[in-house]
Design a binder for this molecule. Sequence first.
Ligand code: DGT
Ligand code: CA
Ligand code: CA
Length: 607
Amino acid sequence: MAKKIWENQEVADLLRAVAAAYEIKGANRFRVAAYRQAATSIEHLTSEIQDLWENNQITQIPGVGASIARHLNELMKTGKSQHFQKVLAGIPPAVFELLKITGIGPKTAFRLCQALKIWSKKDALQRVANAAKRGKIRQLSGFGAQSENKILEAIANSRLKKKERRRMLLALADNLAKDVEKYLRQSPLVLEVKVLGSLRRRCATVGDLDMAVKTRHYKQALEYFLNFPKVKKILNQGEKKTSVVLSNGVQIDVRFQAPDTWGSMLQYFTGSKQHNIHLREMEREKGFSLSEYGIRSLKTKKLVKTRTERIFYNFLGLDYIPPELREDQGEIEAAINHTLPKLVKRADIRGDLHLHSNFPIETSHDLGKDNFSTMIKKAASLGYEYLGFSEHNPSQRGHTPDDVFALLKEKRHEIDQINRQLSQKLHVIALNSLEIDIKPNGELAIPEKALELLDYAIIAVHSEFTLSSKRMTTRILRALKYPKVRILAHPTGRKIYQRDGYDVDWNKIFAFCREHNIALEINSWPERLDLPDILVREAVEADVPLVIDTDSHAVEHMDLMEYGLDVARRGWAEKKNIINTLPLRKLEKLWNLNRCARRDSNPRPSA
Ligand code: DGT
Ligand code: CA
Ligand code: CA
């Protein structure tokens, strides 16, 4: 029998089930939380857990502690974990189906299953929906007409979500493709490999993977590809192309092409479809037809072959168009008029302004995993000049304003210390920031005098996402007016496939931010990518400053910067639009950063 290959979602679901079983059985809440955290962390991995396991890297997943790692190891090695089985024993499988309903927790799910005598997973949701429709649930103690309606609505929504969910997040698609690329590159038949389609255009979500292989030996190269160990099913196979399904269910279309027509091939299968259609219509009027093989004159039937995409575009009288822009959103006109933007790139980035360390700040949100110095060392390796530590604010419950001030003073002190010791050596300056909740009324969740301890403040909405557009706009505008506020983090609040962004009057927010030099964040988390590309484009046109942040909760996350960059580029952003491309001195000046104390004690070498 073929070896079982574990998928991230499958493992995450299992850990979540264990957490639920623990909760139902009344286990210690920290244990329950540990399992949930591990599940979330695995769900958000940008690589495959199977690969991590094979490389002995399971313990490096943030949130996966030694004991969970041990159980996972047993699971992946033998196909089951005795410990998980013991915890799950006695909980009917239907309970875990019911947990898919928003708003139903483990204990409620357990009670529902028992009261309605639903045990098996199959049809569990349908049976609950039927019971709700017949008014059976409102009769159970602890439930009412309102909760019954909510359950019905949530079941209907969860069905919709499932259909939508087939597309992958960019980061996952990216890592999968790298894996396939690596395999292909190992063959001497393969001259070059290139990812195409929506992944090359760096779309936030990707349907299927498209790839091209440059080769002079189609047949052997194609056969070599089909031997890739993760190929599960061959959907179709031609002389120069094939479509397969990988063991994780992802489809890949691969084309094999000779060097002389490589340019038109890349161009054609990068798309987008709209971009291609626009080009094709334009060329037809001039008497040419476009295909993956080249540019053909309709009159003479002569085919112009192009080895590179640049030659292809130039032949049509256009400047080379970066893939991220190929959405038929004005890029073709700009390429004709030589007015394409010079897109921001990785080498332009001088720092990361939104990161969470493990400094014990006593927040009700999550803490980071690594300490200041670990993250600063990583920043140095990335070539950064500065790093902004912005843990979540201390929780309001359980802290007086004086407590909060004391905690932040402590952190200020540590940051100053770090700057005296480590930062000087590594030439990376630590900035003291904080990610502060915007309360529903627009107040900030820390006492105003504590703001003085910060170099700059990041503000964000973390609750009450469903306010009306008008109230949300008033709320955010009020918060933006506090002193020290320089960044509005993940400005729409969207999470891909989990939550739509809230409504606000962007024109008002844009105007305020532009006037006060406050940056809107492009958050690089794969399921956030917020601002989304469309709003980035609007912000760029409105000349609103932007920052690209990783919102890292562990050093590994600091590499996510590239996904934020993708979004910025899809939004036509140039270096001048992105605040964290500024060298430290210019940033300090622009934002009036209050770092006097340190400047005396920590002179930086002059450049
Ligand atoms: P996806 O997979 O849904 O994330 O999006 P794409 O853009 O990767 O689309 P896909 O995989 O269906 O096709 C890959 C590329 O092939 C697409 O970006 C452009 C090209 N293409 C596909 N269908 C057509 C078409 O009907 N006309 C033209 N001109 N090009 C097409
Ligand atoms: Ca595709
Ligand atoms: Ca495709």
